[in-house]
Design a protein around this ligand. Structure first.
Ligand SMILES: Nc1ccn([C@@H]2O[C@H](COP(=O)(O)O)[C@@H](O)[C@H]2O)c(=O)n1
Ligand SMILES: C[C@@]1(CO)OP(=O)(O)OP(=O)(O)OC[C@H]1O
Length: 158
């Protein structure tokens, strides 16, 4: 059996007047993430990890931010498309692990719903999806609440 590891990293700016969507869950907060899409930074990092493991490039290549088709698009819809690409290469998903770096809000109470969304879309058990939140102890752009970052790792097999 062949195993393939992939990593992903993404950052989006926090701004007023936008919803905060992480892992397909809308989180009540005074600011949201800015982007051409719904700016779901968690799902973006995850998609890049999956594409990376399969050597299929990155999300910018598949879903250009200059394409009006992706304006305001749900990143969960894009994750569905990435899942199809992974299927076409005959890969199974062993596990995914994602870290969200946000000074605020605390994401702990939303993690179960995020895991459900991702597991359903990737057609894997929830036990194969882990999501963690961390602050950066008030340091840097995350600490100043200017943005949220996410990193992901996944393991594929075939
Ligand atoms: N956005 C966040 C940040 C943190 N958490 C939870 O709090 C714990 C402590 O965070 P530190 O950065 O102070 O280590 C962390 O382990 C998470 O459980 C969170 O839910 N959302
Ligand atoms: C998925 C896309 C689609 O426009 O989302 P954006 O909100 O533009 O986010 P970014 O992480 O800057 O680039 C990825 C894009 O492909």
């Amino acid at each position: 059996m062949e195993s393939r590891v992939g990593t992903g990293f993404d950052v989006h700016q926090l701004t007023e007047g936008r919803p905060l969507i992480l892992g397909g869950v809308e989180i009540p907060f005074e600011k949201g993430l800015l982007g051409h899409s719904d700016a779901d930074v968690l799902v973006h990092a995850l998609m890049d990890a999956l594409l990376g493991a399969a050597a299929l490039g990155d999300i910018g290549g598949h879903f250009p931010d200059t394409d009006p088709a992706y304006k305001g698009v749900s990143s969960m819809k894009l994750l569905e498309k990435v899942k199809k690409l992974i299927d076409e290469e005959f890969y199974g998903i062993s596990n995914v692990d994602i870290t969200v770096m946000a000074q605020r809000p605390k994401i702990k109470s939303y993690i179960n719903d995020m895991r459900k969304n991702i597991a359903r879309t990737l057609e894997i058990e929830e036990s194969r999806v882990n999501i963690k939140g961390t602050t950066t102890e008030k340091l840097g752009f995350v600490g100043r609440e200017e943005g949220i970052a996410a990193q992901a790792v996944c393991l594929l097999y075939r």
